[in-house]
Design a protein around this ligand. Structure first.
Ligand code: HEC
Ligand code: HEC
Ligand code: HEC
Ligand code: HEC
Ligand code: HEC
Length: 235
């Protein structure tokens, strides 16, 4: 009988316990690392309803301005997603020439519109609730391009989260506003903004007069505390 339960098995509970502890430590360390926004949320790309919405076609190939649909980006604390009626401006039956009409792919828009329902688009960018104050419009009005925070949307068939949106990301820009202002008249010109900011990062003194003026006034206001106070964002 003694052969059936060899002596080393007396140590089994200890071995199991040590194994469990080190496994837990690995999981905890892994979660801590991966759960920080840069690893967890960058690239976040939820599946959208129907055949989705393609920015590369509309904002890229067709050249539509962001504000045609995101109408309140300059005026409101929160950016808006357009309603189905905005889409119906073009996707009403027989409105587009047959060679451009996407047919069945836009049926979900017509159905939502006919039923007076909104299309259940899924949120891509979302700050935690304890960040009580992110005035979206002030950023746009100060001349920060959509490109700086959302990436090259004009080239995205499906929108995904390109930036970490963590606290360090906010503070980095607030400390270096001069690297990020393109001026209000250029905020939605994403292709220009990408090229222009790249050159600036490489040392070019390329800010437009409009941008230079804003940078100067911001440096003065931010030097006085500005949005670096804890209470500015955590209200
Ligand atoms: C024809 C209308 C239209 C135009 C033009 C348009 N968008 Fe959108 N946008 C949408 C719709 C609809 C959604 C929601 C579906 C999705 O997320 O793909 C959206 C989503 C987004 C999101 C993700 C929002 C979230 O949930 O976090 C961003 C960022 C965005 N758009 C930026 C832009 C930028 C920048 C431009 C201009 C270069 C632009 N959009 C032009 C219709 C439009
Ligand atoms: C200014 C006109 C215009 C508006 C407004 C517009 N679209 Fe379109 N959309 C088009 C055109 C044109 C095409 C076809 C482009 C092509 O394939 O050449 C298209 C294509 C599409 C397609 C098919 C994409 C594919 O993968 O082939 C979908 C889906 C779509 N639009 C959804 C929307 C939604 C959702 C909205 C509102 C948020 C919207 N559109 C607003 C002009 C518009
Ligand atoms: C300073 C960074 C920054 C700039 C510049 C910026 N955004 Fe945003 N945007 C964000 C953040 C962060 C969120 C998420 C906000 C939240 O959760 O409260 C967001 C959210 C959005 C949403 C989602 C709204 C919703 O409720 O689903 C849209 C659409 C959007 N932005 C479009 C734009 C467009 C278009 C521009 C350029 C005109 C732009 N953004 C410029 C950072 C920015
Ligand atoms: C790419 C640059 C950039 C990023 C990223 C950015 N900001 Fe800002 N932020 C600015 C600029 C520029 C201003 C100054 C706007 C003004 O005073 O007109 C500003 C101002 C603010 C203000 C103060 C507005 C006021 O009342 O004076 C708050 C609050 C703020 N940002 C929150 C945030 C938060 C939260 C994030 C991160 C989620 C963030 N910002 C990310 C550029 C940025
Ligand atoms: C410019 C805006 C801004 C300012 C100023 C700011 N925070 Fe934050 N803070 C954020 C954002 C955005 C997040 C969310 C990051 C994320 O998604 O994990 C955050 C997260 C946090 C968290 C949670 C950390 C975590 O990893 O879960 C704490 C704690 C915090 N902030 C404390 C502070 C304190 C203390 C100050 C003042 C010294 C401060 N914050 C100033 C924007 C700001």
């Amino acid at each position: 009988m003694s052969m059936l339960f060899p002596r080393w098995m007396n140590a089994l509970p200890t071995v199991v316990a040590i194994g469990a502890i080190s496994a837990l430590t690995t999981v905890a360390a892994g979660t801590w690392y991966w759960a920080t926004p840069d690893f967890w949320e960058v690239g976040y790309m939820p599946t959208q309803p129907g055949s989705g919405f393609n920015h590369q076609i509309h904002a890229g190939r067709l050249g539509m301005d962001c504000r045609y649909c995101h109408t309140n980006v300059e005026d409101s604390h929160w950016a808006n997603i357009p309603t189905a009626s905005t889409c119906m401006g073009c996707h009403t039956e027989q409105k587009l020439k047959p060679e451009y009409d996407p047919g069945d792919k836009v049926a979900f828009i017509r159905e939502a519109y006919a039923a007076d329902e909104s299309i259940p688009w899924r949120r891509v960018h979302k700050l935690p609730d304890y960040v009580g104050n992110f005035p979206h419009h002030m950023h746009v009005r100060a001349g920060v391009s959509c490109f700086s925070c959302h990436g090259q949307i004009r080239g995205m068939p499906v929108v995904y989260q390109e930036q970490g949106l963590g606290m360090g990301w906010c503070l980095d820009c607030h400390r270096n506003v001069e690297d990020n202002i393109v001026g209000p008249s250029k905020v939605t010109d994403l292709v220009w903004a990408e090229q222009h900011l790249k050159e600036r990062a490489q040392g070019a003194d390329n800010a437009t007069p409009e941008a230079k003026q804003i940078i100067k006034s911001l440096q003065e206001s931010i030097a006085g505390g500005g949005p670096q106070n804890c209470g500015a964002c955590h209200q």
